[in-house]
Design a protein around this ligand. Structure first.
Ligand code: SPD
Length: 394
């Protein structure tokens, strides 16, 4: 029953939110071997037209999948056993590179990087990349597991009809903290990070994400403005707030903040929900709170860079990987490792109740009501970029 309540809350929340070079692989995918975790294996994909075409040369005819797939992912954002499972089933090795923010991902691709087969942009960055014509359309007919997505995730405002992206995980941005330092107090306001009078008490003991969109969103929420403000006065006010507390910030970090918290190097971290949850298992003092002023809710997606579509082997391999991640047993296994919520409805029954019922992972509606989704900012992005450069350079 509790599970149903949690799922209903998630559904309501989502409705409200509606505001390199690889050699060709000649082997057929190996059939899935049953394992304990694989309770609902799906059949191997149908042979592609290229593989079945009798007039093609044999080597070309068999060139259906690549030997390797280059996956550009956020750090610590997949159960590494999933790479082994994919390689065991299909003989395809996944090579992972990582990034720490959507802006880094965008800059990397705009800088000319062409080797990535599957990337993981967040919602607003998908919209930006569609606008910039940087993504390949997704052929839904080749995704056996597309049907597993919760329908409430299949028509998001950032990519109507999921033409260019498939949702991977969703979560929130808040504050991770060391309860051993705070006792009964909970740092449940952005003022702990952005009010100089409060923040100075934690000088050199807290981190902010190394992510301009997230830091501006938090500072704007602290000031009572929208996380998506494009008003120059509000953006400048947020910049001044961040500059004022910068001397108290231990580090700007998006990839190890949970470890800094767990090791005691810092006592508060502006961070993403699941990352904080991963260190709670071994440290019962660590907590995660969404500030009362509200925070950011986001969805990360699986997308294919545009140039991959011109190579059928790479494109098929990318789709095979995306579909594998959407198999219910794989999606559930991933949730158990990264502690983020899954948009895969068919995985729900395989996810432990303690995760589905945890309000930090699946927040209740009254918390979700305070959250905002980030959106592309249009021309105001330049203003934010300039302000971020100023902040980081001082
Ligand atoms: N360690 C993986 C964290 C993934 C966070 N993505 C969230 C982006 C929200 N702007």
């Amino acid at each position: 029953m509790k599970k149903l309540v949690v799922l209903s809350l998630v559904i309501v929340m989502l409705v409200l939110a509606a505001c390199g070079g690889q050699s060709a692989k000649t082997a057929e995918p190996k059939p899935a071997e049953p394992t304990k975790a694989m309770e609902q294996p799906t059949k191997a994909p149908e042979p592609t037209k290229a593989a079945a075409e009798p007039t093609q040369a044999p080597a070309e005819a068999a060139a259906e999948y690549a030997d390797t797939l280059n996956f550009y992912n956020w750090s610590e954002y997949i159960d590494p056993e999933i790479y082994d499972m994919f390689e065991k089933e299909y003989g395809i090795k996944v090579v992972e590179s990582t990034f720490g923010s959507n802006e880094d991902l965008l800059a990397k691709l705009q800088g000319g990087a062409t080797g990535f087969d599957v990337i993981v942009p967040s919602d607003y960055m998908v919209a930006t990349m569609i606008e910039l014509d940087m993504l390949a359309p997704i052929d839904h007919s080749k995704l056996e597991n597309y049907k597993n997505l919760d329908p409430l995730f299949t028509d998001p405002p950032y990519d109507p009809g999921l033409k260019y992206s498939i949702p991977y995980m969703w979560g929130t941005t808040g504050i991770g903290y060391d309860g051993a330092e705070f006792g009964d107090e909970v740092p449940d306001s952005w003022s702990y990070l952005f009010d100089p009078e409060v923040a100075k008490n934690y000088a050199d003991q807290y981190s902010l994400l190394n992510d301009s969109a997230e830091v501006f969103a938090a500072a704007l929420k602290y000031l009572g403005y929208s996380a998506n403000s494009t008003d120059p006065d509000e953006i400048n006010a947020a910049r001044d707030v961040i500059l004022a507390i910068k001397p108290y910030v231990h580090t700007f970090d998006s990839e190890q903040f949970e470890d800094l918290l767990a090791s005691g190097e810092i006592v508060m971290a502006h961070g993403w929900s699941g990352d904080v949850f991963t260190v709670m298992e071994d440290n019962e003092d660590i907590g995660y709170v969404i500030p009362k002023e509200g925070g950011v809710v986001w969805a990360d997606t699986l997308a294919i860079p545009k140039e991959v579509a011109s190579d059928p082997v790479r494109y098929n391999t990318a789709l095979l990987w995306i579909d594998f991640l959407n198999r219910p047993d794989i999606a559930a296994k991933n949730v158990e490792y990264v502690y983020y919520a899954s948009p895969n409805a068919a995985a729900t029954d395989l996810i432990p109740a303690e995760i589905l019922e945890d309000p930090g992972i699946y927040p209740p509606q009254e918390v979700m009501d305070r959250m905002e989704w980030l959106k592309p900012l249009g021309d105001a992005q330049k203003l934010r970029d300039r302000a971020w450069t100023e902040i980081k350079s001082q």
